[in-house]
Design a protein around this ligand. Structure first.
Ligand code: SF4
Length: 442
């Protein structure tokens, strides 16, 4: 490999060449034009789907507009989360402070919308001018009698992953503050599903069919009171472990709730998630229900996948996504439809995640942490990938290079989780890779 920043050497490896492990979790280096988002954005994507809370961004309007409706997280009830409230700090607030404006904005929003809680996000400039956000939140909480939670996520203080941790700490202040909900002994909290395109509802239906109740979804279609009662569920089931593992560990320490890491993408991982939960409760009936459900789903899914597998045989894919668990599931799901992964990278994977990712990839696959558009474009050209799976920042890379693109990030409107998600995924991959439009590109 040539043309890459030497300081990033330990973050790029090719499986089968040399005996190195990829080092994940390093801060982005200057000049690399990282595809990573900021700390504030990391906190926002995790908390955003809590639909009956207001989310107030204390900062310049750009921070709020950059993260406005950042996840297509659907709600079955209130939709307060879809607003991007901002204190719209200007030059005079930078000089004289923005605390008064924050106080006034919070009081006005709570009076107008009657939320169940308020999250207040501190941005870069607030960290620089030193507004006492925590003190303002305490004052308003006392006045309005709802939780007003400061999220001290100034963008400059680390990586997107640090933002996840800050969001988990903010939510941990809510957990355990109410006992009013009736919760079954056979209940789980779903952590790390964000109800993109209604995916949570697909999963909830599976769990219901095998006999497991969902006490709280954190945070897709999330509700403040569910999170307040979440300490009484029997098990935390954690997807997108990069964003929510910290909360699962905190709840284990504070309330003794065990957790299991799962993924809901692809047949293998979706089925394992159901079996894992059934096994935890140790009831034969739940395991039988899970087996029946999987059998029933596969009866129709496998034949439906066949034409896509035939058409896609031998195609090559590049994956660059937020978390490592998603990348691992995608490698397996692509293999199932005949597609080989030739590039696999993430924004937030750590060294252990990459060891696992390496074991499931084929020889020759390039693994990369915290990449940038120049590297990714170069890798696509080197490997001859036919498809790029990523998010909004990777879409132009694919289209400029004249290859197919599949959105597997926050913004997508197509459910890709579960068995029906697997079929949607195969269809989407087929439609983009085999589109006749690529004959006219370049
Ligand atoms: S880096 Fe700072 S200024 Fe930019 S969006 Fe993030 S919080 Fe706002």
């Amino acid at each position: 490999m040539t043309g890459f920043l030497q300081d990033r050497k330990s973050q790029i490896i090719t499986k089968g060449k040399g005996n190195f492990d990829l080092i994940g979790g390093k801060p982005s280096i200057a000049g690399s034009v990282s595809q990573r988002a900021c700390v504030f954005c990391g906190s926002r994507v995790v908390l955003y789907p809590i639909a009956d809370a207001i989310h107030l961004v204390h900062g310049p309007i750009g921070c709020a507009s950059y993260t406005w409706d950042i996840r297509g997280a659907m709600s079955s009830g209130p939709e307060l989360h879809r607003n991007s409230f901002s204190t719209d700090l200007r030059e005079k607030h930078v000089v004289f402070g923005g605390e008064k404006k924050l106080y006034a904005a919070l009081v006005e929003l709570i009076d107008k919308y009657q939320p169940k809680a308020a999250f207040v996000y501190s941005t870069c400039i607030v960290g620089v001018i030193g507004d006492d956000v925590q003190s303002v939140c305490r004052q308003v909480e006392k006045l309005k009698h709802i939780p007003v939670i400061p999220v001290m996520a100034e963008g400059f203080q680390g990586t997107k992953k640090d933002g996840y941790k800050i969001a988990c700490d903010a939510m941990a202040t809510l957990v355990g503050t109410d006992e009013s909900k009736v919760i079954s002994p056979i209940s789980i909290n779903i952590l790390g599903d964000f109800n993109l395109a209604g995916e949570l509802w697909i999963l909830a239906d599976y769990y219901k069919k095998i006999g497991v109740e969902i006490a709280a979804s954190i945070t897709g279609d999330g509700r403040v009171n569910d999170i307040q009662n979440a300490h009484r569920a029997a098990l935390n089931v954690v997807q997108c472990s990069g964003s929510m593992l910290h909360l699962a560990k905190t709840m284990k320490e504070q309330y003794g709730i065990p957790f299991r890491k799962v993924s809901y993408f692809g047949i293998e991982d979706m089925s394992d998630a159901l079996y894992e939960v059934a096994k935890f409760f140790g009831k034969e009936e739940l395991m039988d229900n899970a087996r029946d459900l999987v059998k029933e789903e596969l009866k129709t899914l496998l034949p439906a996948l066949e034409p896509y597998r035939n058409a896609l045989q031998g195609k090559k894919a590049a994956i660059y996504v937020g978390g490592a668990f998603k990348a691992i599931s995608l490698v397996k799901a692509l293999r199932l439809i005949g597609v080989q992964t030739v590039i696999a990278g993430t924004q937030t994977g750590d060294t252990e995640d990459y060891k696992l990712l390496k074991t499931i990839c084929d020889d020759g696959c390039i693994l990369v942490d915290d990449s940038n558009p120049v590297e990714l474009s170069e890798f696509v050209k080197q490997t001859g990938a036919d498809l790029f799976i990523g998010g909004v920042k990777e879409r132009p890379i694919a289209y400029k290079l004249g290859i197919g693109f599949c959105d597997h990030n926050h913004e997508r409107k197509l459910a890709l989780a579960g068995y029906e998600g697997m079929l949607n995924f195969a269809k989407e991959v087929y439609e983009t890779v085999c589109s006749p439009v690529w004959r006219f590109a370049l």
